[in-house]
Ligand binder design. Structure first.
Ligand SMILES: [Cu+2]
Length: 153
């Protein structure tokens, strides 16, 4: 059984390494094509959706709910614990499409007006991370916030 355990920890390390690589490489796709999506209101296929494993909801994780509207997040500051998986749910109560982007963590969820979206996050490093709505102009209009990752109590 020792071997099996070693194998599992090996796989876990591998998974972490792969995730790390994705996050590192995952500088969010730049502006290319972005404007093409802007005016459209149908179900959108975002260019980064294929690589969005990092924001899949995590079964069993605590859910934190953020409200998004024109133009702000509520709450605008969210605190999570290091290494404790959470699901962030963006509830869009506004009348425009909004997203929640934590650029440093390669995290992005998008919700159309009146809809919601959930993404899983494992906050791997202590720190304070800015988040924003990446729809052009929205961050400037006030859609910014702060994710605080604190140590276990
Ligand atoms: Cu927005």
């Amino acid at each position: 059984m020792r071997d099996a355990r070693l194998l599992w920890s090996g796989l876990t390390l591998l998974a972490v390494a792969v995730l790390g690589a994705i996050l590192t490489a995952g500088s969010l796709p730049g502006g290319v094509g972005w404007m093409n999506y802007m005016g459209s209101h149908h179900q959108m296929m975002w260019p980064w959706q294929d690589g969005a494993a990092a924001t899949e909801p995590i079964p069993g994780a605590t859910e934190l709910i953020l409200d998004a509207r024109e133009f702000g997040f509520s709450p605008a500051t969210v605190t999570v614990n290091e290494d404790v998986p959470v699901n962030l749910t963006l509830v869009n109560t506004g009348s425009l499409i909004h997203d929640l982007t934590i650029q440093e963590l390669g995290f992005r969820i998008i919700a159309a007006a009146g809809e919601s979206a959930t993404g899983g996050l494992v906050p791997a490093a202590l720190g304070t991370y800015g988040f924003e709505c990446s729809i052009p102009g929205h961050a400037q209009a006030g859609m910014t916030g702060t994710l605080v990752v604190k140590g276990a109590p």
